[in-house]
Design a binder for this molecule. Structure first.
Ligand code: GLA
Length: 362
C-alpha cells in the first residue's frame, strides 16, 4: 500500500513570507543548517519549502529548469536530506505562477517526474494564472491531474493545494489527492490579518480535517516583526488549536530567543500534532473573548482562552461547557506549570490580544 502522508499536520519552513523573490540556494542551505542548530528540527519541523521564483525555462524536451538562483536542485535536495530534513517546491496548474514564472500547465506529468528525480518531498500548487485557462468548476479535476502525476512517480510527495479556499476546496481537496488546502487568501504579518483568518474563517471546517488531509489557514508570520510576542503566541496557539500545518515563515537563521521559544514550545506543538487530528473549535464567545477546545488523545482536552480585546480580560473555562464534571487536572502550557486538580471552572487573566492555553485531563 502507498505510504500515508501527513498523518499529522505538516511542519517545516517556507520561503515566501520573509524572502519572497529573494530566496536562493544559499539561503535554503543556511535555513536547513539553522533548522538543525536552532532546535526547530528537534521540535518537529522537517520540510524546507521553496516557494515561488525558483523557476527557469523549459529545455528542448520540455523539462523545467531552475533559474540562476538555483544552479543544481538535485544537489540542494541532497544537502537538505543530509541534514535529516525534507525539501519542498512550488508550482502552478496555470501557464504562469503568481509571481509570473513558468507554471506546469500541460506539463504536469513531466514536472512531477522532474521533481521526483530531484528528490522533492512536498509540492505547493498555486492556482494563479490557471484562472485564465480553466473555469473554477474545473479545479477538482485540475488538481487531481497533478495529484495523480505525483502518485505515479512512486515518490511520497505531500500535496499542498493553494487556491485560496475557492469552490469549497475542503469538500473535494482530499479526493484530488491533497494533503492540505489553503482555506483563505494570503496571510499578512498583522494582527488584523492573522486574527481574521484564524478566528473567523475556519469555523465550520472542523469536520474536513483529519490525518492525511488538513485545512491550511496559511503559513506562520511569527518572528517577522509586525506583531508583538503576545500576538505571536496567540498566532501559534490558534494554529495549534486548528490542527493547522505549522510552516514557519521567518528568517530562522537569525531569530531571537523569544521567537524560537514560541515556535518550538513542545507542549503547544504537541497539541497541534495530536494523533487524533481533531481541528479545534469555538465553544463560547463573550464580547471579544473566545474559548476554544480541541479534543486530544486519551480523552484530554486542550482549551484556549483567547482575548481579542485591546484590554486584559478575566476569563473562565467552565467544566459544564466542556461536558466535564468534578475535579480535573490542569496544566498551563505557556507557563509550563501544573495548576493542580481544579473543580468546576478555571479562571485566568488574559492579556490584550493574548491567550492562556491549558491542557485538561479528564
Ligand atoms: C500566492 C500564494 C502565496 C505565495 C505567492 C507566491 O499569493 O497564496 O502563498 O505562494 O502566491 O507568488
Amino acid at each position: 500500500m502507498a505510504q500515508q502522508l501527513a498523518l499529522t499536520p505538516p511542519m517545516g519552513w517556507n520561503s515566501w513570507n520573509k524572502f519572497e523573490e529573494k530566496v536562493n540556494a544559499q539561503v535554503v542551505k543556511q535555513i536547513a543548517d539553522a533548522m538543525v542548530s536552532s532546535g526547530m528540527k528537534e521540535a518537529g519541523y522537517v520540510y524546507v519549502n521553496i516557494d515561488d521564483t525558483w523557476e527557469g525555462k523549459r529545455d528542448a524536451h520540455g523539462v523545467l529548469q531552475p533559474n540562476e538562483k538555483f544552479p543544481d536542485m538535485k544537489a540542494l535536495a541532497d544537502y537538505v536530506h543530509s541534514k535529516g530534513l525534507k525539501i519542498g517546491i512550488y508550482s502552478s496548474p496555470g501557464p504562469k505562477t503568481c509571481a509570473g514564472f513558468e507554471g506546469s500547465y500541460q506539463h504536469e506529468e513531466i514536472d512531477a517526474k522532474t521533481w521526483a528525480a530531484w528528490g522533492i518531498d512536498y509540492l505547493k500548487y498555486d492556482w494563479c494564472s490557471a484562472k485564465d485557462v480553466y473555469k473554477n468548476e474545473d479545479m477538482p479535476a485540475v488538481y487531481k491531474k497533478m495529484g495523480d502525476a505525483l502518485k505515479a512517480t512512486g515518490r511520497p510527495i505531500v500535496f499542498s493545494l493553494c487556491q485560496y479556499g475557492l469552490n469549497k476546496v475542503w469538500e473535494w481537496g482530499a479526493a484530488s489527492g491533497g494533503n492540505l488546502w489553503r482555506t483563505t487568501g494570503d496571510i499578512e504579518d498583522s494582527w488584523k490579518s492573522m486574527s481574521t483568518i484564524g478566528f473567523d474563517k475556519q469555523t465550520g471546517l472542523e469536520k474536513y480535517a483529519g490525518p492525511g488531509h488538513w485545512n491550511d489557514p496559511d503559513m506562520l508570520e511569527i518572528g517577522n516583526g509586525r506583531m508583538d510576542n503576545v500576538e505571536y503566541r496567540t498566532h501559534m496557539s490558534l494554529w495549534a488549536m486548528l490542527a493547522a500545518p505549522l510552516l514557519a515563515g521567518n528568517d530562522i537563521r537569525s531569530m531571537d530567543d523569544e521567537t524560537k521559544q514560541i515556535l518550538t514550545n513542545p507542549e503547544i506543538v504537541a497539541i497541534d500534532q495530536d494523533k487524533l487530528g481533531n481541528q479545534g473549535y469555538l465553544i463560547s464567545k463573550d464580547g471579544r473573548t473566545e474559548t476554544w477546545v480541541k479534543p486530544l488523545e486519551g480523552g484530554e482536552l486542550a482549551v484556549a482562552l483567547f482575548n481579542r480585546d485591546d484590554r486584559p480580560q478575566l476569563m473562565t473555562a467552565k467544566w459544564t461547557d466542556l461536558n466535564l464534571k468534578g475535579n480535573h487536572h490542569v496544566r498551563d502550557v505557556w507557563a509550563h506549570a501544573d495548576r493542580g486538580k481544579i473543580k468546576d471552572f478555571y479562571e485566568a487573566e488574559v492579556s490584550a490580544h493574548g491567550v492562556v492555553v491549558i491542557r485538561v485531563t479528564k
